[in-house]
Design a protein around this ligand. Sequence first.
Ligand code: SF4
Length: 322
Amino acid sequence: MSKNKEVILSVKELKKHFDVGGGQIVKAVDGVSFDIYRGETLGLVGESGCGKSTIGRTLIRLYNPTSGSVTFKGVNVNDLKGPELKKFNREMQMIFQDPYASLNPRMNVLDIIAEGIDIHGLATGEERRKRVVELLETVGLNADHAERFPHEFSGGQRQRIGIARALAVEPDFIIADEPISALDVSIQAQVVNLMRRLQKEKGLTYLFIAHDLSMVKYISDRVGVMYLGSMVELADSDALYDEPLHPYTEALLSAVPIPDPEVAKTRERIILEGDVPSPINPPSGCRFRTRCPKAMDICATAVPEWKEAKPNHFVACHLYNE
Ligand code: SF4
């Protein structure tokens, strides 16, 4: 995905802090910047609590940013009001981690999928039903499923219903927040393949949030790595996986199972010491320094700059200072 592609979403210095009482502030997202190009999939990875889901929720306005901006199709999403906001609510959709919790158990599948169609007045009566059946077929289900309730489906089928619901309003941009984490491994690939097919057919752009690095590589054009509220590395998928620059990315990748035993033998497993520090009181300088096997004196005092170390390959680490 080249820089000449159209930027559909631009995030600049985004911060989202939560006041948790007692004068304590959780810095869940603390100054993150990136662009997403139309038609690509940007994967966002990192351990739980690193801020990746908070970013997703701030992009779609479930949270207001503490500072910084989110620009979608050239407009700051926090300035949107009235009809423009309604249009944005159609254009950007979200698929959630737990397909069961995100589907209303008292509604049948027809009404769950048609909710967006109703809100946006896209169809009524027989046309409404026809659209829902088409959507069910698009995601590999069928008309017989329309009258059933969420508890009658498997996890994989429920995630297909979640995808159909997102597609019902014909979005351009989908935030998929850990969409396969709750599914059996055998079903994960099916859902990811479905998402890839839909992307091709409908020209969708995805932000794919996950901690499973192997699946992220499979679906993503580019991947961003988050640690403790900051982005530490961003590159094309192949470059990030073949030549990671940041010590945290190296450690994450060293834990990914390699199917080829010969290749696996050559890869050293990097075990990170200690737990992720609290986002209430992150370490000075580089936030990763308390666990970094390559930390130097400067890492405790200076925040590493976000820089393009190689073409289209960004990293925040003092190892790459000139
Ligand atoms: Fe490690 Fe220092 Fe780089 Fe941080 S800046 S990742 S502590 S080497």
